[in-house]
Design a protein around this ligand. Structure first.
Ligand SMILES: NC(=O)c1ccc[n+]([C@@H]2O[C@H](COP(=O)([O-])OP(=O)(O)OC[C@H]3O[C@@H](n4cnc5c(N)ncnc54)[C@H](OP(=O)(O)O)[C@@H]3O)[C@@H](O)[C@H]2O)c1
Length: 243
């Protein structure tokens, strides 16, 4: 599947999505790139004008799915839909706006776009859906309730679609990417995040995981160990843990 080399990346304007776009471009892929900030997307197009299509898409908008289909049409045909768009903030004082915006983007917007890609691939006969969820979905995190809850939703949703596709006999592959802390704009709140990874390092792991058709990939090995132990922590201890 990777020989035909065309994809749409949603959330390509910055951070991990942008790094994955750069990597795929350097490998000769044709791309449709989308996010809200069109100027940042046009910078990608300038690198390979004949291989990049650009579209401003806000995943919280009700017509975002239609825009995605238009973008796919402009690329021609895609083998991979990569969902990198998302927001996340610490919210220790539980401000309503932050919680609801996070839900709209990471839960409703995510569902809207992943469903559109799923139906597209179901009709086309085959395809690959990859999405960045997070290790934050492993447990409910007190400092970021909506973020951790929506990341758990995303992971469960991908698992559900994977089962549905299998039972319907659809040749659709799913890759759930779960990074630990990555040095991107998402974390620009001056909090001293430990074990920070570089976005280009994470992007290389993502592309390799997609190529290997992995179902779930926690990045990197330190976070694989951490999340293994997080899962074992009982509820009465978890609520006492300082994060
Ligand atoms: N950084 C980390 O530590 C970390 C760890 C684990 C998982 N993740 C996940 O990785 C993904 C990418 O985040 P990042 O770290 O690369 O942060 P980032 O640099 O802030 O990138 C977020 C991307 O999402 C797009 N986006 C946000 N809201 C959108 C909307 N309403 N419609 C369309 N696009 C939207 C942004 O583009 P526009 O603003 O131009 O729309 C941007 O391209 C997110 O899902 C995040 O939760 C990040």
């Amino acid at each position: 599947m990777f020989n035909s080399k065309s994809a749409v990346i949603l959330g390509a304007s910055s951070g991990i999505g942008r790094e994955v776009a750069l990597l795929l471009l350097s490998e000769g892929w044709c791309l449709g790139v989308a996010a809200r900030r069109e100027e940042a997307l046009l910078e990608l197009k300038a690198l390979a004008p004949e291989r990049v299509e650009v579209m401003a898409i806000d995943v919280t908008s009700p017509d975002a799915g239609e825009h995605l289909l238009t973008l796919i049409d402009r690329v021609g045909d895609i083998d991979l839909y990569f969902h990198a768009s998302g927001i996340g903030k610490q919210n220790r004082t539980l401000e309503t706006d932050i919680e609801l915006q996070t839900m709209e983007t990471n839960a409703l917007g995510f569902t809207r776009m992943i469903d559109t890609a799923y139906r597209y691939f179901a009709e086309r006969g085959r395809g690959h859906i990859a999405a960045i969820t997070s290790i934050a979905g492993t447990k409910g995190l007190g400092p970021a309730p909506a973020y951790s809850a929506t990341k758990a939703l995303q992971a469960t949703y991908l698992q559900a679609l994977e089962q549905q596709a299998h039972q319907r006999g659809l040749d659709i592959r799913f890759t759930d990417i779960r990074p630990g802390f990555v040095d991107t704009a998402l974390l620009n709140d001056n909090f001293p995040y430990p074990m920070l990874m570089r976005p280009d390092f994470v992007a290389r792991d993502i592309v390799s995981s997609i190529r290997r058709r992995r179902h779930v990939r926690v990045i990197d090995w330190r976070y694989r160990i951490l999340t293994f132990f997080w899962r074992l922590v009982p509820r009465f201890l978890w609520r006492r843990m300082k994060l």
